[in-house]
Ligand binder design. Structure first.
Ligand code: SF4
Length: 334
């Protein structure tokens, strides 16, 4: 199972499933940051948009995701000030240009993006920008791997550890997987040869009966990770519970702003009342994110749900399993 949306796309794009022998089955896990964001959290972003003068800034994919009763795109069509940004620097600039208005950045993503969001908060502090806020919905990867393994719902022999997340956290945080669960782990890059090398190394570990954590992406990942990025991340954020679509609340799998930075925390500053979350009818994104179903198991796939009219986030996001399966072909039979 891979735990990275970038791997999900590469595996589909390069037809890796179709290349492998029938004895190897590749599953996709909860690796797409947009997809794993629970409706309850999306609803908070939408509720924030209705505060007077608030400007919501977010990455492109988030805007189209249908939440419980609306999407950011619909709110924008109704007059909400929702702006797509390509980085936190863009969001900071909007805050600088609109001193009288609260500017909220919707912080999603894993250990990869959290350091840049942390840097933006420190920058806002240094530059005295007091109308910039972050709604943190960041997630941590190793705790969700543990949660999936503990659930026993899927039986895994090997894990394709994420490439970009591991560039930040290193390979040591996965040490518990071979030690406690006896499961092979290899950190992979994103080119087709990287993934084939990773699968080959996983198979060798399994055949030798010696599970361990190896890196097949040496040009991007060091065992100790990126200390500068980690220091930045944990200067601003601290670990909290995270709410994952289809999985629920996983202890210690989220990031919230430390108390010293709570004046930048949209969840702290604004009284957000999003209402009860509702899941899209017929959508099985949650099951897909746990690896117990594939897009082909969804009766809405290519029928009521396609990239133009997505029902769930896995069809919206460029890194979602349903979008990858739609664009690059099915290949889930192996
Ligand atoms: Fe949800 Fe659409 Fe994927 Fe079905 S095909 S699981 S409705 S996103």
């Amino acid at each position: 199972m891979e735990f990275c949306g970038g791997h999900t796309v590469s595996i589909a794009r390069y037809g890796i499933r179709q290349l492998l022998p029938p004895t190897i089955k590749m599953l996709s896990g909860p690796g797409c940051p947009v997809c794993v964001t629970a409706n309850a959290d999306l609803d908070k972003a939408i509720a924030l948009a209705s505060f007077p003068d608030v400007i919501i800034t977010t990455f492109g994919d988030m805007i189209k995701v249908p939440a419980s009763r609306s999407s950011l795109q619909q709110v924008k069509a109704q007059g909400g000030d929702i702006r797509i940004v390509y980085s936190t620097q863009d969001a900071l600039e909007i805050a600088r240009d609109n001193p009288g208005r609260p500017v909220v950045f919707i912080g999603i993503g894993f250990e990869t993006t959290a350091p840049t969001v942390a840097a933006s908060i420190l920058q806002a502090e240094q530059q005295g920008i007091d109308n910039y806020y972050v709604l943190s919905q960041h997630k941590l990867c190793p705790p969700v791997i543990k949660a999936l393994l503990d659930s026993g719902e899927v039986k895994l022999d090997g894990i394709v550890c994420p490439g970009h997340v591991s560039a930040v956290i290193g390979s040591h945080p996965y040490d518990f997987i071979p030690r406690d669960y006896g499961i092979a782990c290899v950190v992979s890059g994103f080119e087709p040869l990287d993934i084939l090398l990773c699968v080959d190394m996983l198979v060798a570990q399994i055949e030798n009966g010696k599970p361990e954590v190896e890196i097949a992406y040496r040009r991007g990942v060091r065992p100790e990770g990126n200390r500068v990025a980690l220091e930045l991340l944990y200067k601003v954020f601290e670990v909290c519970d995270g709410n994952w679509r289809g999985i629920g609340v996983v202890p210690g799998s989220g990031l919230k702003l430390r108390k010293e930075y709570e004046s930048y925390d949209a969840g702290h500053v604004f009284r957000i009342e999003p209402g009860e979350p509702v899941e899209p009818k017929g959508c099985i994104c949650g099951d897909i994110l746990r690896g117990v179903k594939t897009p082909l198991d969804c009766r809405l796939f290519k029928a009521a749900c396609d990239p133009e009219h997505p029902v769930g986030p896995c069809m919206v996001s460029a890194e979602g399993s349903c979008a990858a399966c739609y664009q690059y072909g099915e290949g889930y039979g192996g």
